[in-house]
Design a protein around this ligand. Structure first.
Ligand code: 5GP
Length: 192
């Protein structure tokens, strides 16, 4: 392994566990780290900005990206849309020795684990305080219909059952975001 290489930090965990919020805080604390922009076919939500966390593209463009090898991994998440990580952005940042932090679903984590050297990867599983709290957070997010909440809870249970496959596991309890960020930050810095 090239000693000057950074690490790819994958933040894994159910939808609603607060991965995005943790990363938002890390961006402020560590502007020198790289937060690669993924591609998705899901609709942009109010308050989201194209090109910050995601590039919002059509299914046709996404499939072209797959053919062009643009994604380090890609997956269909919540049967709702395609999500794919940008291979070029991630690899070039790692080559420059940068710390690269990206949230990803469990399928994406499994794919990347197959292609990345173990030493270059750090994986952190984030869960909410408990399942009731998670359900509340999912339900609050964009006022999702009941079936959609149930579908996400079902994926959450499956994801939590696989949490120990990650290097670290942390809880992001209600009202304790600072503690969660501190913990994730410590894990990443300790992994340097
Ligand atoms: P959301 O649509 O709520 O932003 O994200 C839905 C799910 O997609 C989350 O679990 C999130 O971690 C996951 N996700 C976000 N970006 C990627 C990506 O690039 N690849 C994969 N496989 N999953 C992603």
């Amino acid at each position: 392994m090239n000693d000057n290489k950074g690490k790819l930090v994958l933040i894994v965990g159910p939808s609603g566990s607060g991965k995005g919020t943790i990363i938002k805080h890390l961006r402020e604390k560590h502007p020198d780290w790289v937060y690669p922009v993924s591609y998705t076919t899901r609709a942009i939500r109010p308050g989201e900005e194209d090109g910050l966390v995601y590039h919002f593209i059509s299914e046709k463009e996404f499939k072209q990206g797959v053919d062009d090898g643009r994604f380090l991994e890609y997956a269909i998440v919540h049967e709702k849309g395609y999500y794919g990580t940008d291979r070029a952005e991630i690899m070039s940042a790692l080559e420059k020795g940068k710390m690269v932090v990206r949230e990803i679903d469990i399928q994406g984590f499994h794919s990347i684990r197959e292609v990345m050297p173990k030493d270059d990867l750090l994986t952190i599983f984030v869960e909410a305080g408990d399942l009731e709290e998670l359900e509340r957070r999912i339900a609050d997010r964009g006022k999702l219909p009941e079936e959609e909440v149930e579908r996400r809870m079902e994926s959450a249970r499956k994801e939590i059952a696989q949490a120990d496959e990650c290097d670290f596991r942390i809880k992001n309890e209600y009202g304790k975001i600072e503690e969660a960020v501190y913990e994730v930050d410590g894990i990443i810095l300790g992994g340097l």
